[in-house]
Unconditional design. Structure first.
Length: 649
């Protein structure tokens, strides 16, 4: 009887331990959620928000709460203007979520990452995450989120100089907007005006800027200031200097009222440029001095660069040629330095910061799982102890104890296997990093060397030649960076296609039209044979990248002859064939052409450069979309790439 009481007492103690641990976990989660809500409520004051977030303990959190923590932290850094840190934390939130779950949280996080990348100048990556967020918003029919993304995509395409797509997304945003909401309409009218400026339709732009300003609420001082500045700029383009100065002056008053030092300095520079056009050099000088005083507080490289340009023009008009030339050289030096810094920032800081945070998040998640496993082992020991005490009464429990010991042995074996697998992956990452560094070194060295030469060169023609080389090296560096970032996400398995019915005929035709100028410049024939209205299930963004890579390569490696693109239905399958009369690929290289970082030795032309990732990414995307690709080639005669998908019934 006494033994039974002892057993019951031990069971009760174990139950109390479990209940206490559960209650403590619930209490900790509730406190975390409360503090996280406080941080979000003061997000407009990022230092306060970050102070709260730094105090939180992120160990033993669910993936959903961890994602909310990183999202809040990314938003705070965004408001603080620290875009690299914002991107890093939004990436941490993405790493904490299941990319196959298209819920509200995933939509908001991917959109937040896109906005941060957009603000940091990583425009192509921003388009990728905007598209990901938009796909989820459309799937869930989230009208509010779709409106926000359409407007952002319109702005982004305008910045890229793609007027038609900017207008397309803006039209979609107008359809979702309630005309009775003046604030929303004012924002859309302003975007419409900016789009018309892109194609130099100043009258239309002015009309929409006036509509935007009329819809601004009197209390919306920031919006009023933006509207007045846009109206002033449009009138200046029309040559209506008096009207432009009037709007600029009103905008400057509002900027001063809301203590927007950057905006005020920018308007003073615009007004100074107009005054110089009218020959009022004293007024121009006074406005420039005001802008200089404001910039002493904000230290903006952009304002400083514009000031150097305006001061150079002013001194030239005053007859101070030597001073004007010196200011112009300072302007050129600062512009080149800013461009080089932006390239380095885009190629290294953002990319590697994302990679570092993703790695840190994985380490934290592994640590969390290790803690869970340790708790499991402790609970198991308590059970084993209870069984050992009860063995005198219940001999049959001995077999159960052996079974539990076997479970521990299996767990140890599993942990050992996972450790070995992690070591193998670490070795693969080291090898990949070495390849990436090797690829980045060449264009980076070229950029640094050219920037130094440009600094010292005075011959205009030589400067143009060096600038052209600098631009090509920068584009190559950016292309390598984009490919490496995409390849890294493919390795992690974080890129999943969203398959929808698409008219493949139209898509292929669009890509052909987009790349046809390249063929014209090289004097190549560029022919097509596209069967109309062929539809398949595909991810449009992935398919665009596949076609751009394959058709672009065909044009790049073809010097004489031409390229032929065909699309046809054959026995229930869709065949896409890209055929060229280029340099071809040797039989030995054909076996490795789809491997990462592989570059064919068939070409002797050193001007043809690449990262060796394009075809690897292409093959991966095609296989993810349930398709096949193969190559047929004869060296020095040409190549034929064939893609096959199942047709849509």
């Amino acid at each position: 009887m006494g033994k039974k009481v002892a057993i019951l007492w031990l069971c009760l103690v174990g139950a109390l331990i479990h209940v206490g641990a559960w209650a403590q976990s619930v209490s900790n989660s509730s406190l975390f959620i409360q503090r996280l809500a406080e941080a979000k409520s003061v997000i407009a004051y990022p230092d306060s928000s970050l102070g709260i977030l730094q105090e939180l303990n992120v160990h033993d959190l669910s993936d959903s709460l961890l994602a909310e923590y990183f999202k809040a932290k990314g938003s705070a850094f965004f408001y603080k203007g620290m875009m690299d840190s914002a991107i890093a934390n939004f990436s941490g939130a993405m790493a904490s979520l299941d990319s196959t779950t298209c819920n509200d949280q995933f939509t908001l996080v991917s959109n937040g990452l896109a906005v941060a990348m957009h603000a940091a100048g990583l425009k192509m990556q921003a388009i990728e995450y905007y598209t990901l967020s938009l796909g989820c918003a459309e799937f869930r029919d989230d009208q509010k989120m779709k409106l926000k993304i359409y407007n952002n995509l319109s702005i982004l395409n305008r910045e890229l100089g793609i007027y038609d797509r900017a207008q397309l997304f803006l039209d979609k945003a107008f359809k979702l907007t309630d005309p009775s909401e003046p604030h929303a309409m004012a924002s859309l009218y302003n975007s419409r005006g900016q789009n018309f400026l892109l194609v130099e339709q100043v009258d239309s732009a002015l009309h929409y800027f006036e509509l935007s300003y009329a819809n601004r609420h009197p209390d919306d001082l920031k919006g009023k200031g933006i509207g007045l500045n846009n109206l002033g700029y449009a009138h200046s383009l029309q040559g209506n200097v008096e009207k432009a100065m009037e709007y600029y002056s009103e905008a400057a008053i509002i900027r001063e009222k809301i203590e927007d030092l950057y905006g005020s300095a920018s308007i003073f520079i615009n007004m100074a440029n107009l005054a110089m056009e009218q020959g009022d050099l004293s007024q121009a000088n006074a406005l420039i001095q005001n802008a200089i005083l404001l910039n002493q507080n904000i230290r903006s490289p952009d304002i400083e660069t514009r000031l150097l340009a305006s001061r150079s023009v002013l001194e030239e008009k005053r007859g101070n040629t030597a001073l004007a030339l010196d200011l112009l050289r300072q302007y050129q030096h600062m512009s080149d330095s800013t461009m080089a810094e932006d390239l380095i920032k885009e190629a290294s800081a953002s990319q590697y910061q994302i990679a570092i945070v993703e790695a840190e998040n994985k380490v934290k998640r592994i640590q969390s799982k290790e803690t869970e496993r340790e708790a499991t082992i402790i609970r198991q020991r308590i059970i084993n102890l209870s069984l050992a005490i009860a063995i005198a009464v219940f001999v049959g429990l001995f077999a159960l104890l052996l079974y539990q010991l076997k479970l521990l042995s299996d767990l140890r074996k599993t942990l050992t296997e996972k450790r070995d697998e992690a070591e193998r992956k670490a070795q693969l990452r080291r090898e990949t990093l070495n390849a990436v560094v090797h690829e980045l070194r060449t264009p980076m060295n070229a950029i640094v060397s050219l920037a130094d030469l440009i600094n010292r060169e005075e011959d205009v023609e030589e400067l143009r030649s060096m600038t052209d080389l600098l631009q090509r090296s920068s584009k190559r560096l950016l292309g390598i960076t984009n490919n490496v970032l995409t390849f890294s996400r493919l390795e992690e398995g974080s890129v999943e296609p969203v398959l929808r019915p698409e008219n493949l005929s139209r898509l292929v035709d669009d890509i052909v039209k987009l790349l046809s100028p390249q063929a014209t410049v090289k004097g190549l024939t560029f022919s097509t044979d596209i069967e109309p209205d062929v539809k398949i299930l595909t991810d449009r963004s992935m398919m665009e990248i596949v076609l751009m890579n394959l058709v672009g390569n065909a044009l790049k490696y073809t010097k004489v002859g031409g390229v032929h693109v065909s699309l046809a239905l054959k026995q229930g399958d869709v065949h896409i064939v890209i055929e060229d009369t280029g340099i071809g690929i040797s039989e030995a290289d054909q076996k490795k052409v789809f491997e990462p970082f592989f570059q064919s030795t068939s070409s002797s032309d050193s001007s043809i450069e690449g990262s060796g990732l394009g075809l690897s990414i292409t093959k991966h995307y095609i296989e993810q979309m349930k398709g096949r690709i193969w190559l047929e080639s004869v060296e020095k005669e040409g190549s034929v790439f064939t893609i096959v998908f199942s047709a849509l019934d």
